[in-house]
Structure formats: C-alpha cells, structure tokens
Design a protein around this ligand. Structure first.
Ligand SMILES: O=C[C@H](O)COP(=O)(O)O
Length: 264
C-alpha cells in the first residue's frame, strides 16, 4: 500500500523583519497554527539571528528552518553556520540552495549537495530548492536543468542509501524538494497548476531513477513562486504537489495561517 504523503507548507521570511517583529509575528503564528490542529507540517525558515529566540516559541506546532547550513562541523568559514550549531538551538532543518543563493551568492549544485548531506547525516530536514530561469524554460532546457540540479546534489551529498534520505519517520522524510521556477519568485507571475504538476511529476521520475520508486513516492515536493491565499488550493489539488514554499505571503501571521489552513 502506498503511504499518503503529508503536505508541508514552509514560510520563507528571507531577509525581512526586526527582532521584535520576528518574535511577535512568530508567536502569533505558532498560536494560530496550534489552535487550528491541522493535519499538515507547517514551518518557518527565518533569518539565522532570530532562530534561537523563535525556537522557544514554536508551541510544538511550527517546524523551524534555517535558510542555509554549512557542511563542515566547524572551521574557518566566516559568516557560515553549521548543522551542529543549528541543532544546539533546536532548529529542525534548513532550506538549501534557494535560487536567490544560487543567483547572488555563488551556490552550486555541488555545494548544495554537500549541505544536504550534512543536514541529513545530522538527522535534520533538508529542503533542496531547484528550478529553472525563464531563459532556460524558453529554450526547452527545463528537464535538463532539473535533472542536473537533482542528480549533482545527490551525488555531492555523499549519501548512497536512499533510506538515509527518508530517516526514521517516513511521513516526514529528511529530504524534501522545493520546485521554484525562478521567473515565478516574487513576481506575482505564478506557474499554472498544470505547469507545476508537470514539473513535479518529472522531478519524481528523476528521484525514482536516482533512488527507487518507493523512496521517490515518499519524498515531499513543494511548489514555490507567488503562492498566495487565492491560488494555493489549486496547487494542493495537483497529485504531485505536496505543499508550498511561500515567500511574501508568509510574512503576516494571520494571513499565512489562513493560507496553511487551505492546504489541509
Ligand atoms: O522561498 C520562497 C520563494 O522564493 C517564493 O517567494 P514568493 O512567494 O514571494 O514568490
């Protein structure tokens, strides 16, 4: 019997909010989510300086993510944060290789893979972000780009056992993917549900070939790119869309909790 994948919705706060805004908005959000008793996983990926404070405010209803994590345990890596450091302040996982990091901060498929490897080996959740630029889509490169991003990252993770990517709880695997077409991020020009479903089904095929069918059927693939309250349900109705990575629409507690409710 195939296990039903649980939906997961993560708000990516990017580089927004002051310390006091982060504390109060996160506390409000955690309370709202705790009250709703949703049957989905809900997370926030917050700026690293706020994580220790937010970890005390999760109400066990919100999974806390960093926006990046380094692969070394420690060392001379100015500006970086290790998975051990994140674990010591009770952070549950991290985004990896968001397109903004790929485009502006030199993230590569290889460094993305090393970050995924370190997180998964620490028993933390890794959300590997992939997606094509508009030029790549328009020149018919979509499948090639997605295949390269997935295969190179898995290779560079150094993890060879598919089970390790799942971890001890198959309903909440350690590895997830977020498909975020670069042209849809922050533009208000979301991919259509059909475009999202097609890409997600293809991503699952690539995962199937890299691991095996059973593993690929367990992994959550989130859609990201201009997800809003008024379109999120359309994505959730797609069979291979297992949740959302939400930027702008995750910044206000009440609005984001309403969006999460629509994914249940
Ligand atoms: O990580 C989130 C994505 O970059 C999407 O951002 P957005 O919802 O503001 O388009």
């Amino acid at each position: 019997m195939t296990m039903q994948r649980k939906k997961m919705v993560i708000g990516n706060w990017k580089m927004f909010k002051s310390a006091s805004q982060a504390s109060s908005e996160f506390s409000d959000f955690a309370k709202l989510i705790a009250t709703k008793k949703l049957n989905i996983d809900v997370g926030i990926a917050a700026p690293s300086v706020f994580l220790a404070d937010l970890a005390r405010r999760t109400q066990n209803s919100v999974t806390l993510f960093a926006q990046n994590a380094h692969w070394a345990n420690e060392g001379a890596f100015t500006g970086e944060i290790s998975t051990g450091m994140l674990q010591s302040i009770l952070v549950n996982g991290s985004l990896v290789a968001h397109s903004e990091r790929r485009q502006m901060f030199g993230e590569t498929d290889e460094s993305a893979g090393k970050r995924v490897g370190a997180l998964v080996r620490s028993g933390m959740k890794a959300v590997l972000c992939i997606g094509e630029t508009l030029a790549e889509r328009e020149s018919g490169m979509l499948k090639q780009v997605l295949t390269r991003q997935i295969e190179k990252a898995i290779e560079a993770s150094g993890i060879r056992s598919a089970n390790e990517f799942i971890g001890s709880n198959p309903s909440s695997p350690l590895l997830s993917l977020a498909y975020e077409p670069v042209w849809a991020i922050g533009t208000g020009k979301a991919a259509s549900p059909v475009e999202a479903q097609d890409a997600h089904a293809f991503i699952r095929e690539v995962l199937s070939a890299s691991f095996n069918k059973e593993t690929s059927s367990l992994l959550q693939i989130l859609y990201g790119g201009s997800v809003k309250l008024n379109n999120v349900k359309d994505y959730m109705a797609c069979p291979d869309v297992d949740g959302a990575l939400v930027g702008g629409a995750s910044l206000i507690a009440k609005d984001f909790s309403d969006l999460c409710e629509k994914c249940d």
